[in-house]
Design a protein around this ligand. Structure first.
Ligand SMILES: Cc1cc2nc3c(=O)[nH]c(=O)nc-3n(C[C@H](O)[C@H](O)[C@H](O)COP(=O)(O)OP(=O)(O)OC[C@H]3O[C@@H](n4cnc5c(N)ncnc54)[C@H](O)[C@@H]3O)c2cc1C
Length: 435
C-alpha cells in the first residue's frame, strides 16, 4: 500500500505507458510501479515503499537521459513537479525536480538573468545538473554543477534532507548523479546574461574544416564557448537549400561579450572556408536553443562519448563518415576556461580540452548493436575519460568508472557504501557501493 497525492500506476493500467514515456524512444524501463510524484512527500513515500521491498528506484523527468531499460522496481516520475521560483535579489532560482530548462530560462530572463543551460532547453534542469551540466556558457562560468547552492533530496533511508555545500553528500551528488537519492528540487545561482552573440556557421564537412575550428579554439577567450557537429543532412524539403543532402560541419558559437567583439573573434573562422550558411547574430538568451538547433521531438537514438586532451581532426572526420554503418553524427565541444577551475564537486576530468560524442538516430537499427559499434569507435579515439551526460542509453560499468579519476570514483563508491549500502538507487549510471 502506498499513499501519495499524485497518481500511481501498475503495468496494464491506463496511464502507465504515458507516465513512463519520454524523449528517448530507444527503450524504456518497465517498472512494477510508477509514482507520478506531486511533491517531496510523494517521493518520500515512493522511496519508503521501494526500500521496504528491496525494489530498485529509478527517476525520470523528461526521458532525455534514459539510463535503464530493465524490468521491475519503482519509477519516480517527476514531470508534475515543475515549479520554478526566481529570487532576483539573490540571483538564484529554486528549480523543482521535473522542470525543464525552458521554464527556468523564461523565468530568469524576466529579471535579466540566465541559468547555465545547455544546447536544448527541453532537457530537465536537475538531471542535467546532476551529471555536471555542460552549457552554452561553460567556458566562462564552468559546469552547471558549480552553481548549485542547495539540494532537497530523499535519501535511501526515506528522509527528506536539505543539503548545502560542506555536507558530505552535496559534492557527491554533483557528479555522482542519481546514485545518492531522488532530488526533489535544487537552488541554483543565475548569471547576469541577457543577450548573446551566437548562432551557427555551416561549412562543407572535411578534416581541414575541423582542423580550422580546432586551431581557432586555441586562441578564443573564455567568454566564447563553441562546439561542432558533423552532420549528414538528408535531401528533404524541410532542410534549408544550402544544407540539403550535404555532409556539413556546423560550428555552434555562444559569446557573452558584445556583438562587435564577437564579430571580430569569429572573423578568422568565417574566412576559413566556403560558407554554406551563416546564422551568427545578436540574440536574446531566450532564443539560445537556435544555436545548436537540437531536435525537439521524441525519437530513438544511441550515443556515447569521450573526453579528449586534444582533438585529432582526421579521426573526428573519419568517425563521421556518412557511408559507415552505423552512421554517426559527431559532435565536439570546446572545454577549458572555468571548466578546468578547482571545484568542490566530484565532476570528473575537469582538465579535458574537448568532449567528443557520437550520436546515431536509430531509424529501426538495433540499439544494442549500435551501442557496441559506438564503444568500439570510442575505443579508437584515445579519450582520457567519459562524460555521462553524453551517454545516450544505459552505460557499461567501465563507461561509468571512466567518468571519474580513480580516486574520485573510489570516494563516490565509499560514500555510496555509507549512504546507500543496499544500492537502492541502482537504476541509473550506477556506482556500486565499495566493498
Ligand atoms: C537533445 C539533447 C541535448 C542535450 N544537451 C546537453 C548539454 O548541452 N549539456 C549537458 O551536459 N547534457 C546535455 N544533454 C544530456 C542531458 O543533460 C542528460 O541526458 C540528462 O540526464 C537529462 O536529464 P533529464 O531529466 O532531462 O532526463 P531523464 O531521462 O528524465 O533523467 C536522466 C537521469 O537523470 C537522473 N535524474 C533525473 N532527475 C533526477 C532526480 N530528480 N533525482 C535523481 N536523479 C535524477 C536519473 O538517473 C535519470 O535516469 C542533452 C541530451 C539530449 C537528448
Amino acid at each position: 500500500m502506498i499513499r501519495t497525492r499524485g497518481p500511481v500506476f501498475r503495468p496494464g493500467e491506463a496511464g502507465y505507458d504515458a507516465e513512463r514515456d519520454g524523449f528517448q524512444q530507444a527503450g524504456r524501463h518497465r517498472p512494477d510501479l510508477v509514482v507520478a510524484a506531486a511533491g517531496a512527500d510523494d517521493v518520500r513515500a515512493a522511496v519508503e515503499y521501494a526500500a521496504a521491498r528491496d525494489l530498485p528506484v529509478a527517476v525520470q523527468a523528461t526521458g532525455h537521459g534514459l539510463a535503464v531499460t530493465a524490468e521491475g522496481g519503482v519509477l519516480v516520475a517527476t514531470r508534475a513537479m515543475a515549479d520554478v521560483r526566481v529570487d532576483p535579489g539573490a540571483r538564484t532560482a529554486w528549480v523543482a525536480a521535473g522542470a525543464r530548462w525552458q521554464r527556468v530560462i523564461e523565468e530568469a530572463a524576466r529579471h535579466g538573468l540566465a541559468p547555465l543551460s545547455g544546447s536544448s532547453p527541453h532537457v530537465g534542469a536537475v538531471g542535467y545538473t546532476l551529471g555536471g551540466g555542460l552549457g552554452l556558457l561553460a567556458r566562462r562560468y564552468g559546469y552547471a554543477a558549480d552553481h548549485v547552492r542547495a539540494f532537497e533530496i530523499v535519501t535511501a533511508d526515506a528522509r527528506v534532507r536539505r543539503l548545502v555545500p560542506g555536507d558530505e553528500l552535496f559534492g557527491a551528488l554533483l557528479g555522482g548523479g542519481g546514485n545518492f537519492g531522488v532530488v526533489t528540487g535544487m537552488e541554483i545561482a543565475l548569471v547576469p546574461v541577457t543577450r548573446l552573440y551566437g548562432g551557427g556557421l555551416y561549412f562543407p564537412a572535411s578534416a581541414e574544416a575541423v582542423a580550422a575550428w580546432r586551431d581557432w579554439t586555441r586562441a578564443v577567450p573564455d567568454e566564447l564557448t563553441s562546439a561542432i557537429g558533423l552532420i549528414p543532412f538528408p535531401d528533404v524539403p524541410a532542410v534549408p537549400e544550402p544544407l540539403r543532402g550535404r555532409h556539413v560541419l556546423h560550428v555552434r558559437v555562444a559569446f557573452s561579450g558584445d556583438a562587435a567583439a564577437g564579430e571580430r573573434l569569429v572573423a578568422p573562422l568565417r574566412a576559413a572556408g566556403p560558407l554554406l550558411r551563416d546564422t551568427l547574430r545578436e540574440l536574446p538568451y531566450t532564443e539560445s536553443a537556435s544555436i545548436s538547433d537540437d531536435p525537439p521531438f521524441a525519437h530513438a537514438y544511441a550515443g556515447t562519448g569521450v573526453l579528449l586532451d586534444d582533438l585529432d581532426p582526421a579521426a573526428a572526420f573519419e568517425a563521421a563518415d556518412p557511408e559507415a554503418e552505423p552512421p554517426c553524427i559527431v559532435q565536439v565541444r570546446h572545454l577549458g576556461g572555468a571548466l578546468a577551475a578547482p571545484s568542490p564537486t566530484l565532476v570528473g576530468h575537469r582538465r579535458a580540452r574537448y568532449a567528443l560524442h557520437v550520436v546515431t538516430p536509430l531509424d529501426g537499427r538495433d540499439p544494442a548493436a549500435v551501442r557496441a559499434a559506438h564503444r568500439s569507435l570510442a575505443g579508437t579515439l584515445k579519450g582520457s575519460g567519459t562524460f555521462l551526460n553524453f551517454q545516450y542509453g544505459p552505460a557499461t560499468a567501465e563507461q561509468v568508472r571512466a567518468a571519474y579519476e580513480p580516486d574520485v570514483y573510489a570516494e563516490l563508491a565509499r560514500l555510496k557504501a555509507v549512504h546507500d549500502p543496499g544500492n537502492l538507487f541502482r537504476f541509473n549510471h550506477n556506482i556500486p557501493p565499495a566493498g
